[in-house]
Design a protein around this ligand. Structure first.
Ligand SMILES: Nc1ncnc2c1ncn2[C@@H]1O[C@H](COP(=O)(O)OP(=O)(O)OP(=O)(O)O)[C@@H](O)[C@H]1O
Length: 490
């Protein structure tokens, strides 16, 4: 479809900006946009926006490509208008146009022909693509999988700590890494909440698959985020190299897509992913996908894609347990070769339960502080250095709430939390409530004991270790306790 608008009213017809006020206003608007969207986004989308002139009450800004124009109109049109209006220089409207010299490059119709409504690759700003011509965004792949995203050298199986919440996902990941395309494991769909190790596991699989074994060259892996997949696909459409894009993807042994939820609502890209997916599975290639939700909950993903994604192995990474958090902290402190007292690790594992990323961040901050001042890490320094994080994580759950929730869950009377009854069906829930009180509140053992019918602190200690022990040995029980913990934490 020809670009009527750009041809009829080329940016050059706007009045030149000879007003210093307008220049200054434009500089401020650009500065504001830069602050608002961040440097990366600005460089990708907005850097090439130039002020062509002002026509009456309309500011005319221009960009080199029609694609960029459409994208900016959709994404930033309103914001640009509001910023111009706020400058009070008489501009009430903004028109984004294609710079005349750039129009021929856009006249291929490839983009519009595909009904595209998605952005350009963020990896390289569109400006650079324009300067370097077709080469810039072409996803050509000479050797297998060489265009995949770089892998983080820290994210390997060796550095992944396995515990109850992630052991199934870990076992599946290992299996796929050792034997891609095992029956029942293709695709492998890993899902879990933020910062629980999905990307870590994905990279670990990719490292293992790529590694040469016993003199045999490693397999080729294309690993990328769903966002990157989409950008690549759009770039291919732009440079009319979709065939190469498809072939390059289909030539790898294993395709791994991280954060698949990103494809929700991106119909063109979903479609392409679906075809690639089918082609690869038909050729016996392995697919690994990660997401923050299971396939069934990915509303907005096409049904047939959802169904296909769910027909292999779906593995959940659960929220961390106290034990897993301790192990991860120990391992990270070890790797950093910093002596962090057990009390500090326990304190952190107890306080920061949201996700591993935050836990790791807190530990890194402690270690950096200790290195900077040449002081050992202590509980006091930990509380001081991390006071803001700790305050944010201060749980407000009370022992009373815990007792109530646990009593309800096990269907016992609330009064039995403090009664002297020792029957198993009462004593066990009471122990669970004590365990959760220790985990979720900052109350001391004697205080917890007092709230449970004036029991001694050693009784609480025993309850805590007994519940932990039972959780180790009985997955059903562990799940129950975890569920209670999660309910109480939210
Ligand atoms: N079991 C684990 N052992 C060691 N490190 C872990 C573990 N789980 C998570 N981490 C670390 O926590 C951080 C966050 O993990 P990761 O980036 O893999 O999370 P994610 O689930 O992909 O999060 P998001 O949903 O935000 O993409 C990483 O530094 C990772 O190494």
């Amino acid at each position: 479809m020809p670009d009527q608008h750009a041809n009829a009213t080329p940016a050059a017809s706007a009045l030149p900006v000879d007003d210093a006020r307008l220049d200054a206003a434009w500089a401020r608007i650009r500065g504001r946009l830069r602050e608002e969207v961040g440097e990366a986004e600005y460089r990708t989308w907005l850097r090439q926006l130039t002020l062509a002139g002002v026509e009456g009450e309309e500011a005319v800004v221009q960009v080199p490509t029609r694609f960029l124009r459409d994208w900016l109109r959709g994404q930033y049109g309103d914001r640009l208008r509001a910023l111009w209006q706020a400058e009070a220089v008489g501009v009430r409207r903004v028109d984004i146009r294609v710079a005349p010299q750039a129009a021929p490059r856009e006249a291929t119709g490839a983009v519009d022909g595909a009904g595209l409504a998605e952005p350009l690759p963020a990896t390289r700003p569109p400006g650079e693509a324009a300067q370097t011509g077709a080469r810039a965004e072409s996803p050509k792949v000479e050797s297998r999988g060489d265009w995949a995203a770089p892998l983080d050298p820290r994210f390997t199986f060796d550095s992944f700590i396995v515990g109850k919440p992630n052991e199934f996902a870990h076992a599946c990941a290992r299996r796929v890494a050792e034997k891609p395309n095992s029956p029942g494991f293709n695709p492998l769909f890993l899902y879990g909440g933020v910062g629980l190790g999905k990307t870590h596991l994905m990279h670990a699989i990719a490292w293992a698959i790529r590694a040469p074994q016993e003199g045999i060259a490693g397999r080729s892996v294309a690993y990328m985020s769903a966002e990157k997949f989409m950008y690549r696909f759009i770039a291919a459409l732009r440079s009319q190299s979709t065939m190469e894009f498809k072939e390059s993807l289909r030539s790898v042994d294993v395709l791994m897509i991280d954060d698949l939820q990103f494809l929700i609502g991106k119909d063109n890209t979903q479609e392409e992913f679906f075809h690639t997916f089918n082609a690869l599975v038909d050729q016996g290639k392995q697919i690994v996908v990660s997401s923050d939700k299971p396939p069934s909950d990915l509303a907005g993903l096409e049904d047939r894609l959802r169904t296909r994604l769910g027909c292999g192995m779906v593995a959940d990474i659960h929220a961390t347990t106290y034990e897993l958090r301790i192990s991860i902290l120990e391992s990270k402190a070890n790797t950093a070769q910093v002596d962090v007292p057990a009390r500090v690790l326990e304190f952190l594992a107890h306080k920061i339960t949201s996700n591993v990323r935050e836990l790791e961040g807190a530990l890194n901050r402690l270690i950096a502080h200790a290195n900077l001042f040449g002081r050992p890490v202590t509980l006091e320094s930990c509380q001081e250095v991390l006071h803001d994080i700790l305050r944010a994580h201060d749980r407000r759950v009370t022992i009373e709430e815990i007792q109530k929730r646990v009593a309800e869950h096990y269907n016992i009377r609330l009064t039995d939390m403090s009664s002297a009854r020792r029957a198993r069906n009462v004593a066990r829930p009471r122990q669970v409530a004590m365990y959760l009180s220790k985990q979720l509140t900052s109350r001391s053992l004697p205080e917890i004991g007092r709230r449970f019918g004036n029991r001694d602190h050693t009784t609480v200690m025993h309850a805590v270790s007994r519940v932990a022990e039972l959780m180790q040995g009985d997955a059903g029980f562990a799940e129950d306790v975890e569920l209670l913990r999660r309910m109480l934490e939210t």
